[in-house]
Structures are given as structure tokens and as C-alpha cells.
Design a protein around this ligand. Structure first.
Ligand SMILES: Cc1cc2nc3c(=O)[nH]c(=O)nc-3n(C[C@H](O)[C@H](O)[C@H](O)COP(=O)(O)O)c2cc1C
Length: 191
């Protein structure tokens, strides 16, 4: 009888050790599980591209350039001309300029940074084309921009409207920020 009791106690100890180790392993695996990141950006004159590269260098993942099927010329970008392409598009809430190519397997990404210049106080309409081309349900969208001083706030409502089903995090204007500042901000966004 005493022998049987000792045997049962022994089994219990072995089981406890086994369960303990399994839990530790599961915990460690969870900690190392990386979020899959996409850094998508549109840039007409290179400034936002520079910011996007800093973001990607800091958090890794895939860098994707959103390009217009019909590229923007310098005449198109003339905001002093009331009839230039950008002036007309930005005043038309339904404008959705075509993109040249789509992201492959967007469903595999957990966090999507979306970068753009501010045009007429908000995101270029091609950003809405981009966001509305995918099922973004459950994804985390992190907007960033560069601007001449307007900042990102004027674009946030439309970004949320176009990124249906996604969780849109607080956006940031990265104009003129050092790599160190961009990295600090971007790393917080993937936690
Ligand atoms: C058509 C157009 C409209 C712009 N409108 C604004 C604006 O409303 N507010 C602002 O701060 N900057 C504005 N800018 C300046 C850009 O946001 C800024 O130069 C940006 O960094 C350019 O980014 P990119 O080089 O990636 O295209 C505008 C620029 C263009 C071409």
C-alpha cells in the first residue's frame, strides 16, 4: 500500500514537471512570435519615400511603393493651378486614381504602415484607392505622412473611412525626423 502511494506521488511529480516545461516552451514561443509588417507608401517627390525607408529599416518587413498607373508629372503637382490634376482630384471625394500594382498576399500581414504626402490638407486620393482595394478586416493600419506643415490630422477621418474593418492607429507626420525618432515611434506601433 505504501509502495503504491509512493508510486502515485512519483507519477504526479513527473507530470507536474512535464506540464511546467510545456508551459514555459509555449510562453517562449509566444514571445518570439513576430508580427508581419508591410510598409506601403506613396511619394511624388521622394520625401515620403525617405521616411518610409526609415520606418522599414526600424521594424523590418516588406517595403511597397504605391504607384499611380498614370504617374504624376510636375504640372500635375502644381497646386498653384486651380485646374491641375491634383487640385481637381483632391477636391473630388469620389476620385480614385488607379494604382499600377497590388500587394501580393496582403492577408499575411498583421501591421500595415501607410505613408503619403499631405495634399490640400489630406491624403492623396490614390491612398483611398489603395486602402479600398483590400479586405483589411482585423489588420492594424498605422498612417504616417510628410507635409509642408499641415500635419496628418486632416487625413485621419478619410483613412479610417477607407480602411474598413481595420484598427487604425494614431498617425504621425515624420517630416524632418531623425532615424532615431522615427525608429522609436515605429517600434512602439508594432507591439
Ligand atoms: C499638390 C500638392 C499639395 C500639397 N498640399 C499641402 C498641404 O495642404 N499642406 C502641406 O503642409 N503641404 C502640402 N504639400 C507639400 C507636401 O505635403 C510635402 O512637400 C511632402 O513632403 C511631399 O512628399 P513627397 O516628396 O513624398 O511627394 C503639397 C504638395 C503638393 C505637390
Amino acid at each position: 500500500m505504501r509502495k503504491k502511494g509512493m508510486c502515485l506521488a512519483g507519477i504526479a511529480v513527473v507530470l507536474a514537471l512535464f506540464v511546467g516545461t510545456a508551459l514555459q516552451m509555449a510562453n517562449a514561443a509566444d514571445k518570439t512570435k513576430q508580427k508581419k509588417v508591410l510598409v506601403a507608401y506613396f511619394s511624388a517627390t521622394g520625401t515620403t519615400e525617405g521616411a518610409a525607408k526609415k520606418v522599414q529599416k526600424a521594424v523590418g518587413g516588406t517595403l511597397f511603393q504605391i504607384e499611380a498607373e498614370d504617374p504624376y508629372t510636375s504640372a500635375d503637382l502644381d497646386y498653384g493651378n486651380g485646374r491641375s490634376r491634383t487640385t481637381v482630384e483632391q477636391q473630388d471625394g469620389t476620385a480614385r486614381p488607379d494604382v499600377k500594382k497590388k500587394v501580393k498576399n496582403i492577408r499575411t500581414y498583421d501591421v500595415i504602415f501607410v505613408g503619403y504626402p499631405i495634399w490640400w490638407g489630406k491624403e492623396p486620393m490614390i491612398i483611398r484607392t489603395f486602402l479600398e482595394s483590400y479586405n483589411l478586416k482585423g489588420k492594424k493600419i498605422v498612417p504616417f505622412c510628410t507635409s509642408g506643415g499641415s500635419g496628418i490630422s486632416g487625413s485621419m477621418d478619410e483613412i479610417k473611412e477607407s480602411a474598413k474593418g481595420a484598427k487604425v492607429g494614431e498617425g504621425k507626420d515624420l517630416t524632418g525626423l531623425s532615424y532615431k525618432s522615427v525608429a522609436k515611434w515605429a517600434k512602439k506601433k508594432i507591439k
